[in-house]
Design a protein around this ligand. Sequence first.
Ligand SMILES: [Mn+2]
Length: 403
Amino acid sequence: MLPSIAAEGAGGFTRSIGLPSGELVLLAGVLALALVLLLGYRLYRSARVTPGQRFAQVVGTPDAVAVLMHSDPDPDAMASAVAAAEIAEEQGTDATIYYPGQIQRDENRAFETVLNLQFQRIDSGEDIAEQQVVLVDHNTTRELKNDGTLAIMAVVDHHSGDGTGSQFTDVRPELGACASILSEYLNDLGRAPDDTWIDVHPDNKQNRQKLQQTREKGLLPASISTGLVYGIQTDTDNLTDGCTAADFEAVRYLYNGIDNNRLNRMANPDVDAETLELLAQAITNRDVRSPFAISDVGTVSNTDAIPQAADELERLDCVTAVVVMGDKDGVIRLAGRSSDDRIHMGKILGTLTDSIPLAGGGGHARMGGGRIPIEHMEGLGPGKGLSRAEFKEQLFKAMNGEF
Ligand SMILES: [Mn+2]
C-alpha cells in the first residue's frame, strides 16, 4: 500500500508543476537570486549600527561612568543626563550624574523636585570619582576647575563647538534640544515609552528593581519620557523656536509616556512671594521711552528674578527692547532682552560695561546680561565714574544707537 501512495504523490507533484525543464532551471535561478538578495539585506541591516546602539556600546563598556552636565543645568541638560545614565545602566554600567554651579531657577528646581532626581554637585574636575566621563548638552568642560583631570569618552550635544569625546561624538547644532538626540537613542535601542511612572532616584532600591524589570520588557518609564519632553519644550520655547523635524519626531516617539499632570507641575511651578514682589517692582519702576524700557529694581535678595522680570517686561505691547537692573552684594546685575533687529543686546551690554573696571557684559542679539561692581561704576579705579541714574541714561542712548 505505502509505495503505491508514494508513487501517486510523486506523479501528482510533477503534473501540478507541469513545466518543461528549461523553465524549471530559470525558476530555480530566480528563487536562488531572491534568496541571495534577502540574505544580503539581512546582513546589511544587522551591520548598520545606529548612533543609539553605538552610544550604548561605548558607555556600556566601563564598570562606571560619570555623566556631566554644565553649570546651572536646565531641564534639557537634566533630562539628557538622566537618559544617558539610563542607557549606561541598561548595559550594566553604574552611572552617576554631576553638575558644577547651582540649580537655582524656579523651573529648574521644579524639574528636579517633580522627577525626584538627585545629582551630585561638584566644584572641580577632581571631585568626579569615575575614570570615564560623558558630556551632555555641552561639549567642552572649560567652565570647570581642573577639567584637565577628566577623560571625556563621549559627547552628546546640540551647541556648536569643537569639543569631542575620545570614543563617541554626536554634536548636532541644528537641533532644538539635546534631549531630542537622547530620545532618538532610546528609540534606536527599542525602548517603548510606557505610562508607568518610576522615579529614577538613585538611592531607592525598590525603584531600581522596578526599573530593571521595565528595561527587561523593553519599556521606558514615564518619568524619563516626561522629563525628555519637558527638556525639549523648554529649549525650543514650546516647540516654536529653532525646532527641526527631529525634535518633533522625538516628541512623537515619547508621546505615550507623557504624564500630563506632572508636566504641568514642572511647566507652572509655584512662584515664591519674593519673586512676585520683584516682578511687581520691575513693572512699577519701569521707565518706558518707546520702544525701549529700563527698570531699576534696586537691591534684591534673589538675582535670579532679574532675568525673569526682563522676560515679563518684554511682553509689554509697545516695548521691543528692555533692560532690568538690580543689585546684590554691591554688584549690579543686568538682564537685557530685545526683539528689535536694530538692538544687539549682548553687544550693547558688552560695550557699556567695557569702560567700567571689573565690570563685564555680553550675550546674543536677543538676550544679554552683565555685572557691574557699584563702587567701580561710581569712580573707584581708573575712569571718571558714573551714578546709577547716569548709567541708565547711557543705556537709553546706546539703545538709540548713540554711543
Ligand atoms: Mn540644551
